[in-house]
Design a protein around this ligand. Structure first.
Ligand code: GDP
Length: 422
């Protein structure tokens, strides 16, 4: 069985936990897009592990974890992640496989990312880690792939061309001093040497595994509404965060995918800038952010919080072909007197049930809410669906009915045990 996990909102839905649980049942786990701007948090035996590039499945012995061609890799960050995992006793051995086709983030990507953001009239809220400029070079056919780091002549010519251009831009447009060729050349050749033992033809590896009826989990980073095409552009990430990205980002054909699971928080959060129709008013926003500990795993940035948005969820189900949903952080809603669910948007007298692509509509849309009563008692110790408070069951069953997709997992806490399987 080959399964893709995608976020149905703006990322941070809790995919890390779902991926961790499902990783146990598969043989291979694959990251297929994004870079170290993503952060999955996994809690095992009270120990917190934060993953940026390496699939969290590495926590299980014997699982093979892949970084596909669609990912952009910051080698220094990846090497640190490998080291940190080893220090916390996780034996990576030869279980990490990196596609040589993945593109490399260089320091000029990060600086350009930050400088460009600083000059924008409308900030997009980039993490400043060079992801966007690295993907831009890839599409411009100017990028440097991991494979290039292992060929000193190829790397020399590519870096030379890149630095000539980037240094001009940095100096003339941004008054930045630019980068020295020799320093970068030596540093990155060295990264190539360190990473060489992990490089492998990930596409062949996965397709051979499929032939042998092995199970693969493709773990999406970010979420549907951060997708470069379908997200709330330009407040998006620079890769395909929807299910299609799993195929282009790994070299596994769409016909070989069996199931797509969507992960949704029981409310909505968004980090960074951009329209957010169901965003809470300031005081309640602060209250819920603290209640739900909604601060970025990678950057610590506070996340904006709001009610659950069915317009978004329905769009995500359509775009990804989701047949099963995991509802996360239901425990955080406990103690609220009533819960709101956005069923449509209203703008200039018109009702939108489909996600509008006009940014102005989205930015000014007023949500149409359905209200449901909340529940008072905490639910984090509950293991079975039947034991949930009636109002929590009503909330879930209304969602399932309206979305027309089965809710197969409900998460009521951050640990593996705090999960209800339906
Ligand atoms: P991801 O990027 O989608 O994996 O999301 P994050 O890892 O950034 O955010 C999920 C955070 O919520 C992590 O700190 C998890 O440990 C925590 N978490 C996940 N599921 C639940 C849940 O059901 N309840 C609570 N209280 N926390 C959860």
């Amino acid at each position: 069985m080959n399964t893709i996990i995608v976020g149905t909102q703006w990322g941070d839905e809790g995919k890390g936990k779902v991926i961790d649980i499902l990783s146990k049942k598969v043989d291979y786990i694959v990251r297929y897009q994004g870079g170290s701007n993503a952060g999955h948090t996994v809690v095992v035996d009270n120990k917190i592990y934060i993953f940026h590039l390496i699939p969290s499945g590495i926590l299980y012995k014997h699982k093979i974890c892949c970084i596909g061609n669609g990912v952009v890799v910051d080698p220094a960050g990846l090497i640190k992640e490998i080291k940190d995992l080893s220090l916390s006793g996780i034996d990576i051995g030869n279980r990490l496989k990196i596609s040589p086709l993945a593109h490399v983030i260089l320091p000029y990507h990060k600086i350009l990312d930050q400088l460009r953001e600083s000059k924008r009239t409308n900030k997009i809220g980039t993490t400043g880690r060079g992801i966007g400029p690295c993907y831009a070079d890839k599409i411009n056919r100017f990028g440097i792939r991991i494979a290039d780091l292992l060929n000193s002549r190829v790397f020399r010519d590519k870096l030379n061309d890149n630095l000539k251009e980037k240094n001009e831009i940095l100096k003339k447009v941004y008054r930045h001093g630019g980068f020295d060729f020799n320093t970068l050349y030596r540093e990155y050749l060295n990264y190539g040497l360190v990473l060489a033992k992990y490089l492998c033809n990930v596409t062949s590896l996965l397709n051979n595994a499929i032939e042998k009826k092995k199970d693969i989990l493709f773990e999406g980073a970010q979420g549907t509404f951060l997708d470069i095409d379908f997200g709330t552009y330009p407040f998006v990430t620079s890769s395909s965060a929807t299910a299609g990205g799993a195929c282009t980002g790994s070299g596994v054909s769409p016909v070989k995918i069996d199931k797509i699971i969507g992960v949704a928080k029981a409310y909505t959060t968004r980090v960074g800038e951009g329209p957010f129709p169901t965003e809470f008013p300031a005081v309640f926003d602060k209250f819920m952010r603290e209640k739900g500990n909604e601060f970025g795993a990678t950057t610590g940035r506070p996340r904006r919080c709001g009610w659950l948005d069915m317009v978004m969820l329905k769009e995500a189900i359509l775009l990804n072909g989701i047949s099963e949903l995991a509802i996360m952080k239901l425990d955080i809603l406990a103690g609220l007197k009533s819960l709101k669910i956005c069923t449509a948007y209203k703008y200039k007298g018109k009702k939108f049930r489909e996600f509008p692509y006009d940014l102005e509509v989205l930015a000014n849309a007023k949500p149409v809410y359905k209200e449901m009563p909340g529940w008072n008692s905490p639910i984090d110790k509950i293991k079975r669906y039947q034991k949930l408070p009636g109002n929590a069951k009503d909330y879930l069953s209304w969602l399932q009915g309206d979305l027309g997709v089965k809710i197969s997992m409900v998460s009521v806490g951050s640990s593996r045990e705090e999960t209800i399987f339906i």
